[in-house]
Design a protein. Structure first.
Length: 114
């Protein structure tokens, strides 16, 4: 069973930064696309960013230029560096991958507030 464990969330002021991490286990990590999603209260879960096995990246328009996704295949870990955070970035952030089925982490709360 694939396991994804997120960390790094918290409370930050507008304009601040956070770095999320997602440690994966029981998976051939290097060959799989990894993604970050988020879900704000009362809203649907949305894709924030993803990174392919070869390092190609995609971002939601709302985070382009502010967030950076990266991966360390030696550590089986994917990261999301979030800069210039805005209150509308407040959400639970989930790590995701797909092998023969979808796998999700437990989520980590990010709150952007003064």
């Amino acid at each position: 069973q694939v396991q994804l464990v997120e960390s790094g969330g918290g409370l930050v002021q507008p304009g601040g930064s956070l770095r999320l991490s997602c440690a994966a286990s029981r998976i051939n990590f290097s060959i799989h696309r990894m993604s970050w999603y988020r879900q704000a209260p009362g809203k649907e879960r949305e894709l924030v960013a993803d990174i392919s096995s070869t390092g190609g990246t995609n971002y939601a328009d709302s985070v382009k230029g502010r967030f950076t996704i990266s991966r360390d295949n030696a550590k089986n870990t994917v990261y999301l560096q979030m800069n210039s955070l805005k209150p509308e970035d407040t959400a639970v952030y989930y790590c995701h991958t797909f092998t023969w089925r979808n796998y999700w982490g437990q989520g980590t709360q990010v709150t952007v507030s003064s």
